[in-house]
Design a protein around this ligand. Structure first.
Ligand code: GLU
Length: 450
């Protein structure tokens, strides 16, 4: 039967190839057995397996040096809890609609579950799990007491009216509320979930539970949100992909530093400004990006290239740095090779896992520095942690106080990452994975089989 076949280890040729891919370069028998186990259970979850492979390759020297960490890793690969639920709602035409909601509470070794919600048609269990798995290590890097989680739904806010979005968010929370709480699990935004959605979600949570605490982060800042939380995610020629929250603040900060920002993009194409984007264009592109139509942007000096990605535009010219800020796997081998040709020195991940393994390899060979999203975009969740602290203390901090604390956290991430990279004589990506893994693994071992 089809279902049984899809639950057992894959038997087709394609499946074998995927298992081989997962095991390639892992020359440790015990570790191979651990990965085979993951594959047996989750072999259809491509993005999750990709994230697992990425971390495993990075931490292999640590696991070999300290074999007890293998025990911790085996536990960490299985989420503590996975919640799937129905989200029924009524659209503007009066039709009954139904989506699937997710919350994967991956690890509470370091603190309450923490991580965003993604509303996008592509959302499935594999994507939520890869994001949740990565979140464990990103959150560990911040040194704040936060475990890792992620959630969302296969819902497309871009295709909906404000009323429909509110109806959806209220229905989503009517189920989710029973699984979250200020002490247990604190969601936030991700792709498709910005201040508007967080507002509707939090409103419904409050109505059901009568809780006035901080059970979501990324809230509006007149009603419990932290200063800086929106932009915390984020004379050289730079390319940026995406047009959402991360991309917009990334471009804004680059413009502040007087960089020349050549591109932004959405799922349909790329806007290209030969002389660099202006603040005015950024403002319009931001609004367009959220509405999903960069193609409709009309600005002097800005061209729209349908179906193109920023990296592979043939008249891009020289590029110093690239900032993939859209989504997973957006920078592939071809894109990375094009960037290398354009002279790229630095790739800073604003999105979660935007660079494929092949792309990372091409950048490494060309001596371009790749900074993993776990370090580079940890500012978002770090300020979520600070928002939680302010909510707990019932006292908001000033913009400057939040900025100072964030700066301290980002500096310590940089120091930890570089010192682990030095100790193990490896890349910054490996350094970030190693430093965060050790912190989580110690906590797992100390807490026992829970
Ligand atoms: N979605 C963001 C991330 O990937 C934020 C998570 C949070 O603030 O909880 O880190």
């Amino acid at each position: 039967m089809h279902v049984a076949a899809s639950q057992s280890q894959g038997s087709g040729k394609e499946d074998d190839e995927r298992l081989q891919e997962l095991l390639s370069g892992i020359d440790d028998g015990e570790l191979q057995a651990i990965l085979r186990d993951v594959y047996r259970r989750d072999y259809e979850q491509e993005e999750f397996l990709q994230a697992v492979k990425g971390i495993t390759v990075s931490i292999m020297p640590v696991l070999q040096k300290f074999p007890q960490y293998k025990t911790a890793y085996r536990l960490l690969l299985e989420p503590e809890r996975q919640i799937l639920f129905r989200v029924p709602w009524v659209d503007d035409a009066g039709r009954w609609r139904c989506n699937r909601g997710y919350r994967v509470q991956f690890s509470s070794a370091l603190g309450p579950y923490k991580g965003g919600l993604r509303f996008h048609p592509s959302v499935n269990l594999s994507i939520v799990k890869f994001l949740g798995f990565e979140q464990i290590f990103k959150n560990a890097l911040t040194t704040l007491p936060m475990g890792g989680a992620k959630g969302g739904a296969d819902f497309d806010p871009k295709a909906c009216s404000d009323r429909e979005i509110m109806a959806f968010c209220q229905s989503f929370m009517t189920e989710l509320y029973r699984h979250i709480g200020a002490d247990t699990d604190i969601p936030a935004g991700d792709i498709g979930v910005g201040p508007r959605e967080v507002g509707f979600l939090y409103g419904q949570y409050k109505r059901i539970t009568r809780d006035r605490g901080g059970t979501l982060t990324g809230k509006g800042h007149t009603w419990g949100g932290s200063e800086i939380r929106p932009e915390a995610t984020g004379g050289k020629r730079c390319v940026v992909s995406g047009a959402g929250n991360v991309a917009q603040f990334c471009v804004e900060m680059l413009l502040e530093k007087e960089a020349i920002v050549l591109t932004m993009s959405d799922s349909q194409g790329t806007i290209f400004a030969k002389e660099g984007l202006s603040r005015k264009t950024l403002k319009k592109a931001g609004r367009r990006g959220l509405g999903g139509q960069l193609s409709e942007l009309e600005e002097e000096g800005v061209e729209y290239r349908e179906g193109s990605k920023p990296w592979t535009l043939d008249d891009l010219g020289e590029v110093f740095a690239a900032f993939p800020c859209a989504t997973q796997n957006e920078l592939d081998g071809e894109g990375a090779r094009a960037l290398v040709k354009a002279g790229v020195k630095l790739v800073m991940e604003g999105a979660n896992m935007p660079t494929t393994a092949e792309a990372a390899d091409a950048l490494h060979k060309a001596d371009a520095k790749l900074v993993t999203g776990k370090a580079a975009n940890a500012g978002g969740v770090a300020v979520s942690g600070l928002e939680m602290a302010q909510n707990r203390g019932l006292i908001p901090w000033s913009r400057q106080q939040v900025l100072d604390k964030l700066e301290g956290i980002m500096e310590s991430i940089y120091e930890e990452t570089t010192s682990a990279a030095k100790e193990y004589d490896t890349t910054l990506v490996d350094g970030a994975n190693i430093a965060s893994f050790i912190r989580v693994a110690e906590a797992v071992l100390e807490q026992g089989t829970v």
